[in-house]
Design a protein around this ligand. Structure first.
Ligand SMILES: Cc1cc2nc3c(=O)[nH]c(=O)nc-3n(C[C@H](O)[C@H](O)[C@H](O)COP(=O)(O)OP(=O)(O)OC[C@H]3O[C@@H](n4cnc5c(N)ncnc54)[C@H](O)[C@@H]3O)c2cc1C
Length: 326
């Protein structure tokens, strides 16, 4: 019987929502392949996350729980993943696409001589082949990839699948971390996340600003709108280059690829390099004073107007509605 291993991700000791989304993809694929499903977790103090993962509909969860996984170093993750792979011998590995899996999964794929597709929005099975779909050319085209034979690895874009529901837990087995000498030592970790909202990469709602905001002082409009909606703050590269926000907040081809339910784009022209980060966004709302701005070609809803007038009115209305609900 074929085997699928889904490797979850942990944030501050908790299993991420995108891990449960990857489980749904795993269970659907397992149905198509007639496969058995296993979980893998790599981290430091992952008991809480492991208990949740074990209740997500898997047969067994393998956990590499070791202090060496904090802070994150790719070499330890690859070594731990190899140890988990040796235990369950999967035909397919799935995992959420994160900044960390974007680094260590390709290394694992190289070591295991596996075919790999990253940040996919769908994974399926046909004949003997694994099919993976991912947006290319800034989301203008959906690329279909055929991963043939041997071990195959697919990472999944956030919000591509619904999160799996939890039920009865399966057994959890500990996996020893092999003796690895990492060539990298983390000296200091800098957090350049803006605001107190959710992380940009996995946020359900994102408010993003572009040069149309006018100047750095006006940037508080974006932060206030994000705070009112409980959203993450995003930005265009033009804004990042001006130093209004750190690069971690950049959305686009050379920034973060995100899949929010709602993306509010304020004063953003909609350049192809920016839209490349938005292929997975469900609903895009644009505020731009130029009715010919190219973002209106992609946006589902648009407001033609000056951001300095529209955004304060929008924030006031959101607060009013929230107060009515309270
Ligand atoms: C290799 C490469 C990679 C790149 N990667 C990225 C990337 O990852 N992310 C990214 O964002 N860009 C990226 N870029 C840059 C990208 O091509 C655009 O230059 C950039 O996205 C434009 O940013 P903007 O929309 O803020 O500015 P502009 O294009 O200048 O647009 C500003 C918009 O604001 C509107 N506006 C002006 N005043 C107001 C107002 N008062 N109220 C409302 N609207 C107003 C204007 O009508 C205009 O549409 C990349 C470029 C290259 C070459």
């Amino acid at each position: 019987m074929p085997k699928i291993l889904v490797i979850g991700a942990i944030s501050e000791g908790n299993l991420t929502g995108t891990s449960l989304e990857a489980v749904t993809a795993t269970l659907e694929l397992a149905e198509a392949m007639g496969a058995e499903v296993f979980g893998g977790l790599i981290g430091d103090e992952c008991a809480r996350a492991a208990a949740r993962f074990a209740a997500a509909g898997l047969s067994e969860v393998f956990v590499a729980d070791h202090a060496r996984h904090a802070p994150y170093v790719a070499e330890f993750h690859v070594a731990a993943a190899q140890a988990i792979v040796r235990r369950c011998q999967p035909d397919v590995i799935l995992a959420p696409s994160t900044s960390e899996t974007s680094e260590w999964m390709p290394i694992l794929s190289g070591r295991l001589d596996a075919a790999m597709a990253s940040a996919c929005t769908r994974v399926g099975f046909e004949g003997d082949h694994l099919l993976a779909t991912r947006p290319v050319c800034g989301g203008a085209v959906q690329g279909e990839y055929v991963l043939k034979g041997g071990l195959r690895i697919v990472t999944l874009a956030p919000a591509a699948y619904e999160a799996a529901t939890l039920s009865e837990p399966c057994p959890i087995s500990l996996v020893e971390l092999p003796d690895v000498q990492a060539r990298v030592t983390v000296v200091e970790q800098l957090n350049d996340q803006v605001g107190s909202g959710p992380p940009l990469r996995t946020a359900r709602t994102v408010v993003s600003g572009g040069l149309g905001i006018g100047n750095r002082e006006n940037w508080s409009l974006i932060e206030d709108a994000a705070a009112a909606l409980g959203a993450a703050v995003g930005a265009t590269r033009a804004v990042v280059e001006l130093g209004w926000v750190p690069h971690a907040q950049q959305v686009g081809f050379s920034g973060q690829k995100i899949s929010p339910e709602l993306y509010l784009a304020v004063g953003i022209s909609g350049a192809v390099h920016h839209m490349a980060g938005l292929a997975g966004a469900k609903t895009i709302v644009a505020i731009n004073k130029d009715p010919e701005a190219s973002i209106f070609r992609t946006a589902h809803f648009g407001v033609v107007g000056d951001a300095k007038e529209v955004v304060p009115a929008f924030i006031a209305r959101v607060k009013e509605l929230r107060a009515q609900q309270a």
